[in-house]
Design a protein around this ligand. Structure first.
Ligand code: ATP
Ligand code: MG
Length: 809
């Protein structure tokens, strides 16, 4: 119904244009480089327009409009010259995103045509896309889970059946299967989608902070991520599929222009934790937030939950192979601890401290190793990356198959009639109480139960209640040391890798260890080791990733045990505090290593004394006069790498006047299309030519995460170079402007709060996702004053504009 009615409104050529647009996007082509799509189909189908608008408007961009208090000084008469351009300096590898609405002529024209209907339509499209993102991410998660569970299932049952005949053959087979899976993953990543390596969360975080890492949201990255993580997780490496799912969600969402929704959807799908997803997006990834977005993210997460549940229900009847009980981490601790006593708080606090210490150590070690990898190993080429992962795969297989061999088998515990257990598992089955090579029937191997299992099942075993003393302390300790080492070494290899599940594994192991001691210490209390395993998991994640609220909700959602909420909170607070004493969170560390200029929520202390003009360095500003010779534009663009330039005009009385900011990408569009070149050096409105309206707003919209064309791709003849171009219609007439002595960060006294280091220039960048700010001398005139009351627009005004302001924000 909905679909056909949407598409029926298109003419075939419009649908063709739509397909071409999407194809161009997938292939990372800049739209400007395939002008025929746009030139031939002047009016793109409205759905595409919606996509582009979402792209342009996504996330912070609308927030930008919220900052009303602009200095009026440059608008009128009195000239101001720009002292400097403040931008984040990064060595040229990563570029910032243009979140800000470029209010140029084309944009204003476009806005003027919009009515009330358009606003409704725009909002509708966004919600419709949010729905698609939810469905898409949910399905991707189901697909990944089914594949991983099936690969792992085949692997284990094949190995088990071969073990019955020959031990060595089983061993080799196991190594080989893992190696093939891991190799396929590394091959896909190195040859097809390099941006899909790792978890992707630092890059997404950077993206939503306003920094573009090349290729991070491409379609091929999406494909690489999905298939790569099937290989790496199915291949038994010490990594998880949850982080990659966040990236997968973001990639899907980026196609539809709403990356934030995608992040939340990814978490919601990975953990089946819809609320956790929303909070994750809020706490961890974005640097700005607003309530409308919250609603949409909430909606997407809910959709994901429904899709995943439906798919799981469908799979129940055995239609999905080995997928069924396992897969999709949700560790229902039914029969878990109902209550806790005061005495237990101490061991729980100890768990928090251990988590903080081990988490901080994890961050530090991975940081060193990543640094080394980047600068030595991975520089040598793809072959080394693949060999490295394959080597790690073999080591992992040897450890997880070999170590259990050194353990004695233990007799199965007495079964509690209320909680029947299956001990040992029938041969070929994995899960609790694995009978690895135990000769006798009623025996199981506890180390194999953790090592020789999918991670999801292993965690379920570690968390499980009513299985007191399933593991010996010796086994837990062996596993902890081995797995911690493997996780550190595996982190940062050229495969998609998440840190959630390894973190939960590590944490639940030492948690359970502590739990064992507590059980033997307070004999009378009703204590479950599984509870401590859960708290341990929370503490390690808190100590390494330093999330609190979202992690807490995720933990509660995946274990279905609300009673433990206060304990999880306590443990998280402690572990985060301990970890923060040593270093930064995992994602911040990694972002820094990757050269992503993330602006953290708390500016550095030294910034408090700095002013805007000190931040912008002492380079001379590169600017353009309003009417400029094409040759000069070209030579200027070639001589520097800046992406934004002030445009200066002169008033009749001869004073200079800043008329706005022009972006390099827009200049490139103008140079390439040539239609705005003119012969005379006069401004177009005073006889130089007619006002240019040949450009559609959409031409200036750069596809998300694309490098676009470069000045070196543009070839102009000598005649063209002699022409002039009037930049006035293309500048952003309201760039952000601050006076030179504005402080970078400044204290703000919020009543009932303590003095918080609120950032001025800093926060403009962070919260609005800005790219450029002009720094100007102190303003010389004040033409008006805005107060709070001026922002309350009366109903009597044109409802369309009011609506646009409030809904698009
Ligand atoms: P980003 O790199 O964030 O995408 P950008 O590429 O426009 O933005 P860069 O050129 O990389 O900014 O900024 C590097 C340094 O150059 C910054 O310190 C900034 O102050 C300075 N800078 C940026 N634009 C100009 C300009 N038009 N004139 C002079 N200096 C500039
Ligand atoms: Mg730059």
């Amino acid at each position: 119904g909905l679909r056909s009615s949407l598409w029926l409104q298109f003419k075939p050529h419009q649908i063709a244009a739509g397909a071409a647009y999407l194809a161009a996007k997938y292939l990372n082509m800049d739209l400007a480089s395939c002008p025929n799509i746009w030139m031939e189909f002047q009016t793109p189908p409205f759905i595409l327009e919606g996509i582009m608008l979402s792209n342009q408007f996504q996330n912070g961009i609308e927030t930008a409009k919220l900052a009303w208090a602009r200095l009026p000084s440059t608008e009128d008469g009195e000239g101001d010259e720009v002292v400097g351009v403040s931008g984040n300096n990064d060595g040229g590898r990563v570029e910032s995103l243009d979140y800000e609405v470029v209010e140029n002529h084309a944009y204003r024209e476009e806005q003027a045509l919009r009515g009330k209907l358009y606003v409704g339509y725009y909002v509708g499209v966004k919600w419709f896309f949010a729905l698609l993102i939810g469905v898409g991410t949910g399905l991707a998660a189901v697909f990944i889970n089914i594949s991983v569970e099936n690969f792992a299932g085949w692997k284990f049952s094949l190995t088990f059946s071969v073990i019955q005949k020959s031990y060595v053959a089983g061993f080799l087979l196991y190594i080989l299967i893992n190696l093939v899976l891991v190799f396929s993953s590394a091959f896909i990543i190195t040859n097809f989608a390099p941006a899909a390596a790792g978890s992707g969360i630092p890059e997404i975080k950077g993206y939503l902070n306003g920094v573009d890492t090349h290729g991070i949201l491409l379609f091929r990255t999406l494909i690489g991520k999905i298939f790569g993580s099937i290989g790496s997780v199915g291949g038994g490496l010490a990594l998880g599929k949850e982080g990659p799912l966040v990236h997968t969600g973001a990639c899907i969402a980026s196609l539809l222009g709403q990356v934030t929704c995608g992040c939340a959807a990814g978490v919601a799908a990975a953990f089946r934790a819809p609320v956790g997803g929303v909070l994750f997006a809020l706490e961890e990834v974005t640097s700005w937030w607003r309530s409308q977005l919250m609603w949409r993210v909430f909606f997407t997460s809910a959709i994901v939950a429904v899709v995943v549940r439906t798919a799981m229900g469908w799979c129940k009847s055995g239609k999905c192979g080995h997928f069924g009980s396992g897969g999709f981490i949700i560790w229902d601790i039914s029969g878990g601890q109902e209550d806790y006593s005061f005495e237990e708080l101490l061991p729980m606090a100890v768990i928090g401290v251990i988590g903080g210490l081990l988490g901080a150590l994890f961050n530090q070690l991975t940081r060193y190793i990543t640094y080394w990898r980047r600068n030595y190993l991975h520089k040598k080429g793809n072959r080394f990356k693949i060999i490295e992962v394959c080597l790690i795969s073999v080591i992992t297989s040897v450890i997880s198959f070999g170590l259990p061999l050194f353990r004695k088998c233990s007799p199965c515990p007495e079964a509690d009639p209320n909680f029947p257990i299956e001990c040992p598992r029938p041969p070929g089955m994995y899960g609790n109480y694995v009978n690895f090579y135990c000769g006798k029937d009623k025996e199981y191997n506890d180390l194999a139960t953790i090592f020789f299992n999918t991670q999801d099942d292993a965690i379920r075993n570690l968390f499980s209640a009513k299985t007191i003393h399933e593991y010996s302390a010796q086994s837990l300790l062996t596993f902890l040391v081995m797995f911690y080492t493997l996780a550190v070494v595996t982190f940062g290899t050229a495969v998609p890798a998440g840190q959630f599940v390894p973190g939960i594994m590590i944490g639940s192991t030492y948690g359970r260890l502590v739990g064992m001691f507590v059980v033997s210490f307070y004999k009378k209390l009703n204590i479950e080791e599984g509870t401590y395993a859960l708290l341990g998991a929370a503490s390690f994640l808190g100590g390494s990733m330093r999330m609190t609220v979202s992690l807490c909700v995720i933990m509660v959602e995946i274990t279905n045990n609300l009673k433990l909420l206060p304990l999880i909170m306590l443990v998280l607070l402690i572990s985060k505090a301990v970890g923060d004493a040593f270093n930064e969170g995992l994602y911040e560390e990694q972002a820094r290593l990757r050269g992503i200029p993330l602006l953290e929520s708390r500016p550095k202390y030294e910034m408090r004394k700095m002013q805007a003009k000190e931040a912008c360095g002492n380079q001379k500003v590169v600017y353009f006069p309003r009417v400029i010779k094409v040759a000069d534009v070209v030579s200027s663009l070639k001589s520097n790498n800046h992406n934004g330039f002030p445009v200066i005009d002169h008033t009749r009385s001869g004073e200079t006047l800043v008329i706005g900011l022009v972006l390099r990408s827009h200049l490139l569009v103008l140079l390439q299309s040539k239609v705005d070149f003119q012969h005379s050096p006069l401004p177009c409105d005073t006889g130089g030519g007619s006002l240019p309206i040949r450009h559609n707003f959409s031409e200036f919209v750069k596809p998300a995460s694309s490098k676009g064309i470069s000045i070196h791709d543009i070839h102009l003849g000598p005649d063209d170079l002699e022409m002039y171009i009037d930049l006035a219609p293309f500048v952003n007439r309201s760039p952000y402007i601050v006076p030179e002595d504005m402080s970078l960060t400044k204290g703000l006294y919020v009543p009932s709060e303590e003095m918080i280091p609120f950032a001025q220039v800093y926060n403009l960048f962070r919260q609005l996702g800005l790219r450029h700010i002009f720094v100007v001398p102190r303003a010389s005139r004040v033409i008006g004053m805005i107060t709070r009351k001026d922002l309350l627009i009366e109903e009597t005004e044109d409802p369309a504009t009011v609506e646009l302001q409030s809904t698009s924000v």
